[in-house]
Design a protein around this ligand. Structure first.
Ligand code: NDP
Length: 292
């Protein structure tokens, strides 16, 4: 392997430490405890793991964690009523509805019912619009984590060619907006992109968020490029299962200048950014300066 490994796990631990320090100061100086409410509908095993992990890390950072579980057949009105209650609860500064929702619910409608200033996932249409127009926004946690790693590694990203693989509302599109905000020249690739390998070969920065195990081989990567792998795919490996990303790690690491591993790259950064967004929301709600 010739690429530098971008250690998201260690970076996330540093961010969590900063968040915990900030939370302690808010308590001491302003008697304010940031609170995050996480809502889970149904019993999807992966979602349960994420929700548990978010709750644990929220508490470890000294914040208040509120977990709300609804049965898989809960009606949408019940969920909307819960969101309304959380919107009006002064102890709750951030609200996260774990996706995916059961198919009888309208995800956009539910997400847009969250007060934009408490939308710590940054999925509300107001926050998406603010991000797209360069205004202060709650930024989606996964792309924010990717950007922090890129900034940490490169410093200035201005003028770089960035290719974002995937155009979802939760990763691809906001990632592209953030990179544009850094003055990168941004290409968004997706399932209809022609000559994908050639497109990716132009990139100084590749962010892969397609949800296809090890789709990007090393010979698509420009020598020295930075590769951020958002993918989380569970594959069968003999008797066991293991997690792999959207890029073929070994072959890409031979060519890239820097690369994130899976696990231990983007994943831990996502939750750390969620905690940071919750502190930001708590500060803004109380007229205090948000952390940098
Ligand atoms: P979506 O399924 O919503 O979007 C996938 C995107 O990839 C789509 O835009 C799709 O194109 C594109 N795509 C699919 N197949 C191809 C292909 N063969 N060639 C080019 N583009 C393709 O996924 P998400 O954005 O929600 O997630 C992407 C990955 O990131 C998943 O592995 C997910 O588990 C992971 N993830 C990780 C997080 C973390 O914390 N690390 C958080 C969120 C997601 P089209 O639009 O044309 O269909």
């Amino acid at each position: 392997m010739t690429a530098k490994l971008i250690d998201g796990k260690a970076f996330a631990a540093t961010i969590r430490g900063r968040v915990a320090d900030h939370v302690a100061r808010l308590k001491e100086e302003h008697d304010l405890t940031p609170g995050l409410a996480v809502v889970l509908v149904g019993e999807d095993p992966a979602s349960q793991v994420y929700v548990r992990s978010k709750g644990k890390q929220t508490k470890e950072a000294g914040m208040a964690s509120f977990e709300h579980k609804l049965p898989v057949d809960a009606d949408q009105e019940t969920l909307l009523k819960l969101i309304n209650d959380l919107n009006n609860d002064p102890e709750v500064h951030g609200i996260l509805v774990q996706l995916p929702l059961p198919s009888h619910m309208d995800s956009s409608l539910v997400i847009n019912a969250i007060a934009p200033e408490k939308d710590v996932d940054g999925f509300h249409v107001i926050n998406a619009g603010r991000l797209a127009t360069g205004q202060d926004a709650m930024v989606p946690c996964t792309p924010l984590g990717c950007l922090m790693m890129l900034r940490d590694h490169h410093g200035d990203l201005s003028g770089m060619n960035a290719v974002v693989l995937g155009r979802s509302n939760i990763v691809g599109k906001p990632m592209a907006q953030l990179l544009l905000g850094e003055s990168c020249t941004v290409t968004i690739a997706h399932s209809r992109t022609r000559d994908l390998a050639d497109v990716v070969r132009q990139a100084d920065v590749v962010v892969a968020a397609v949800g296809r195990p090890e789709m990007v081989p090393g010979d698509w990567i420009k020598p020295g490029a930075t590769v951020i792998d958002v993918g989380i795919n569970r594959i069968q490996d003999g008797e066991k299962t293991r997690l792999v990303g959207d890029v073929e790690f070994d072959s890409c690491a031979e060519v890239a200048g820097a690369i994130t591993p899976v696990p231990g790259g983007v994943g831990p950064m996502t939750i750390a950014c969620l905690l940071a967004n919750t502190v930001t929301a708590a500060c803004r709600a109380n007229g205090l300066a948000a952390p940098e």
